[in-house]
Ligand binder design. Structure first.
Ligand SMILES: Nc1nc2c(ncn2[C@@H]2O[C@H](COP(=O)(O)OP(=O)(O)O)[C@@H](O)[C@H]2O)c(=O)[nH]1
Ligand SMILES: [Mg+2]
Length: 419
């Protein structure tokens, strides 16, 4: 090699090194490494926002394990069309950055939005697996297994003349080379050999991912993935303003300040005090029918709220609820002499962030209360309890729920944070 070529080579190497060293999550993706592979997943359309957050943790920790040897990126399934979100137009899907701090997620596993995936990979996926249970059931004996089986439920993929398949993924028509319905019983890691052996596909889509269980519910990795799921800044700021203006609550006084990076945030149990209000998550709508005796009447709810306020020596109660306005007004009338606070978004906020954004602001406000009480078996309430564990509240101020018919009802299980 002559000197001129040598110099050129050195300059080129330097350029490449420099680009690697200075890239951010987004720019890296454009000059991505060739061995980078993508895992896409989705959840049964009937499932709500807060179970979906739980499924994210299962899949995130699958990526973590895959990345012991490979280089996988998780594609975040767009949000939309959820049963409860009536103000979000059907057919409209929104990215995770509307609700979550994606940089924070990236500190646990590499993630990318579906839109960005489409830009770099196009509307194609190597292999698609739609998960399902075994048609014949468990067979009485629990073993981890999966098998290719005929599809039990209807799906929206069809085979094309060239043998490949085409189907809808979040309102985008996507081509996939292989399509399989996979009966499975097991946890996220049960899928490891399946994905690791699929060497021909650069990308894999897992449908109905809620079918797999957690590898380790409530363990160290569970909590790491959970802590990485910080809400988007604009939602946190909206909640902060509301707490300050209507509830006399701020992080410094409430001792709920957190570090910029969730990995540095490890408060001691009991360090968090919370704002001068109690918060109630009063789940109504479908729960009134489906959870019958476990859901209190409004009168019973008001009695329990009064008691909690008296115990805490407080006069303000924040109500997060999916109840119709009439029910909320009735509850308010049952609490005379107390300050009943409810978050109502501006039209602008609702237009921008939809019902999902409003629900998150409600959750953040509940998270910062002196004491929280939730609703029986509501994932919306469970996620608030987890957020309070992350902030370092005393257990007795977090793991509570309103009783229905039976006044001395069982209280929620305590899923304590682990670092
Ligand atoms: N804004 C607001 N929405 C709520 C509240 N409770 C329930 N919702 C709505 O109803 C949905 C509840 O569904 P999900 O997340 O599945 O929780 P779960 O059904 O209670 O386990 C939420 O995603 C919200 O859209 C609340 O207190 N405030
Ligand atoms: Mg639900």
């Amino acid at each position: 090699m002559d000197n001129c070529n040598k110099t050129l080579l050195i300059i080129l190497t330097l350029l490449i090194t420099f680009q690697r060293a200075t890239c951010t999550q987004e720019t890296c993706r454009e000059g991505r490494r060739n061995d980078e592979r993508y895992l896409l997943y989705d959840v049964n359309p009937g499932e709500g926002f807060n179970l979906r957050r739980d499924v994210y943790i299962r899949v995130a920790n699958l990526i973590r394990k895959l990345n012991d040897v490979d280089n996988w990126v998780l594609v975040l399934p767009p949000w939309g069309n959820l049963y409860h979100w009536q103000n979000v137009r059907p057919g409209l899907y929104v990215p995770w950055k509307n609700f979550f701090d994606v940089e924070s997620l990236n500190k646990w596993i590499p993630v990318t939005e579906f839109n960005d995936y489409l830009k770099t990979e196009g509307a194609t996926v190597g292999s698609t697996y739609v998960l399902q249970n075994y048609a014949e059931g468990w067979g009485g004996k629990w073993e981890e297994k999966y098998d290719k089986r005929p599809c039990i439920e209807r799906h929206n993929f069809e085979q094309r003349d060239d043998g490949s398949w085409s189907g809808q993924m979040w309102a985008t028509k996507v081509k996939t080379d292989n399509f399989t319905c996979l009966s499975i019983q097991g946890q996220a890691a049960t899928l490891l050999p399946l994905i690791q052996r699929d060497l021909t596909s650069r990308s894999v889509f897992i449908g109905r991912a809620e079918t797999i269980l957690h590898d380790e519910y409530g363990g160290k990795w569970y909590w790491a993935a959970r802590r990485s799921m910080r809400f988007a800044r604009h939602l946190r700021e909206e909640a902060t303003r509301f707490r300050r203006d209507y509830l006399g609550s701020d992080d410094k006084q409430d001792k709920t300040e957190v570090k910029d990076d969730w990995r540095d945030t490890k408060p001691k149990r009991g360090a968090a005090v919370g704002g001068p209000y109690i918060a109630v998550h009063l789940r109504r709508k479908d729960f009134v029918r489906a959870r019958g005796d476990e859901v209190p009447s409004l009168k019973k709810a008001a009695q329990q709220i009064k008691k909690l306020l008296q115990n805490e020596n407080l006069t303000s109660v924040f109500i997060a609820t999916d109840a119709p306005v009439m029910e909320l007004q009735e509850l308010e009338s049952l609490l005379p002499g107390y300050k009943v606070v409810h978050y109502k978004p501006s039209t602008d906020f609702l237009h921008k962030w939809g019902d999902g954004g409003v629900a998150i602001v409600d959750q953040i406000i509940c998270t910062h209360a002196r004491l929280f009480t939730g609703s029986y078996e509501s994932t919306f309430s469970f996620r608030i309890q987890e957020e309070r564990e992350i902030l370092g509240f005393e257990e007795r101020r977090t793991f509570n729920r309103l009783c229905g018919k039976k006044s001395n009802c069982d209280q929620p299980a305590k899923w304590r944070i682990i670092y």
